[in-house]
Every structure is written in C-alpha cells, then in structure tokens.
Design a protein. Structure first.
Length: 281
C-alpha cells in the first residue's frame, strides 16, 4: 500500500513528537536503600527484574508500572552510599536519584512512621571543635562544608547544607495526602556514620542545626548527585526515636517504600508529560 505524502508527513511528525517521551522513559529513576527492610518491597514490585553486582554493590533494574527503575542496595554508611551512587549514575544514567529508608528522630514533634522530606541534608560528622585546653563538650563545634566541583559553573564549591531538587521535592509534597501511616513534613536530614542515642546531643543537633532526623547515607548520595548534576531527594521515615522511647521498627521501611512508589509514579508522569508537551512545540 502506497502512502500519500501527507500521510508520511503525519507519521514522521508523530514519531518526532514522541521521541522526547521515549528518550525520557528510557532513562530510569535510581532509588536507593541501605538495608533489605528498606528495599525489599521496591524490588518485589519490579517487572522483568535484572540483578547485577557492580563492584560490591547490588542493583536490581526493571519496570514499575512501565516506569524504568533501578533499585540500589547501597549497604549501610556514607562511603557505601557515595560509591553506590557514583556507580549507579555512571552505569544507569538515571534522570533522578531518591535516597530513602529509615531514620532516627531529632524533631520532638515526630514519631515512628512519620516521614521527613529532606529539603536539605548535612554531614553531622564534618565539624571543627572550639580550641579548648580542657573538656570535650560535643556542643562546642561548628559544621564544616561539603566540597564538590560544580560542572555548570566550572568551579570548586563548598556548602554546609545541600538542597534537594525543587521539582522532586514538589512532587513528593504533592503525594503526602496519599500517605496514611503518619505525618509527612519538609525538613532537614542529618547524615553521618554515627548512631546517636544521647538525648542532649539529639536536642543540640535539632535546635542548633535544624535536624529533623538522622541516618547514614542521604548526604553522601546528595554530594555525588551534586557533582554529577543529577536531581536528588532524600526521603526518610522515622523507625525509632530516643526522645519518645520508640525502638527500631523494621515495618517502617515497608511504609516508606510504599510512599516512595507513589512519588516515583508521580514524578515519572510529570517528566513524561513535559517531554510530550515539549515535543509538540
């Protein structure tokens, strides 16, 4: 069957309009969690899962409701998170990175199952103490910056706090109404390889630096994403809080993953819609 010139033009125009959408869809969202209780549901929800090890880090790629997703099981700690994020970006070229999982509470208004959307993250282990001949008061400190190369400005930069991607944060906020297991707040995530159980220190980090919760990976992942200029958001659910005597509850990891899946779907839909709209222009 011969196609008319007009039909060919329409087919070509349709193909070109869909190219940005397909190109967007081809690149996955990289979702990170350190432990099995933070990643098991995400992996279970993937269609056509493919598991691989890159170095010592585990990645499972597949589709969630036709959305390309890679789940990175980073393992615990700042070094693991930085390495897994670097390898994940280099290998999978994600459109965004979401670092999610459990955390300990710093904000007295929060309880287990409440979620913190990290508008900012900081490294609570990067500090300089005051010059003192005697004593070891952990409150006599000032935070040190995170150092990175800004590829857009072509210069080295340093910042104490790293900010989340505005669009990712906006999408996560828009999905808060779908979460019924607790509250969702926009706050600040404190990261380090330290598990604080001292109430006075928890209050100090919250009152002086505005920390909503603490964990061991988000800021390291945010640091790498800043270097690569990849959109980033940290999402953390309170699994425990010393302030209220609530012990670690692994079920919170499942609740966080369920919420993160709604964020993934909403964010992918928004990016696809923009790509389609741009293709029509």
């Amino acid at each position: 069957m011969k196609l008319s010139r007009a039909s060919i033009i329409i087919l070509v125009a349709t193909f070109l309009s869909l190219m940005p959408l397909w190109a967007e869809a081809a690149d996955p969202i990289l979702v990170e969690g350190a432990m099995e209780c933070e990643t098991d549901l995400l992996i279970k929800e993937l269609d056509n899962p493919v598991e691989e090890r890159i170095g010592g880090w585990r990645y499972v790629s597949g589709e969630y409701q036709s959305i390309p997703v890679v789940v990175s099981v980073t393992s615990i700690g700042m070094t693991n998170a930085a390495a897994a994020t670097t390898l994940g970006i280099e290998h999978f070229h994600p459109i965004a990175v979401i670092n999610q999982g459990t955390a300990g509470g710093h904000d007295p208004s929060l309880h287990s199952f409440d979620i913190v959307l990290g508008a900012k993250t900081f490294d609570a282990s990067a500090w300089i103490s005051h010059a003192e001949r005697r004593g070891a008061d952990g409150r006599h400190i000032e935070l040190r910056p995170t150092y990175y190369y800004d590829s857009n400005l072509k210069e080295d930069k340093e910042e104490v706090e790293l900010t989340a991607d505005p669009e990712l944060l906006e999408v996560a906020v828009s999905e808060a109404g779908n979460y019924q297991a607790g509250r969702i707040i926009v706050g600040k995530i404190s990261s380090s390889n330290i598990w604080n159980r001292q109430i006075d220190r928890i209050h100090f980090l919250h009152e002086k630096y505005g920390s909503s919760c603490e964990e061991m990976e988000a800021h390291a992942a945010a640091h790498i994403c800043r270097v690569y200029d990849v959109p980033f958001l940290g999402i953390r659910i309170l699994s425990n809080t010393e302030i209220h005597g609530e012990d670690f509850n692994p079920a919170t990891g499942t609740a966080c993953q369920q919420y993160v899946l709604t964020v993934i779907k909403s964010y992918a839909g928004r990016k696809a819609g923009k790509a389609q709209s741009d293709g029509r222009k």
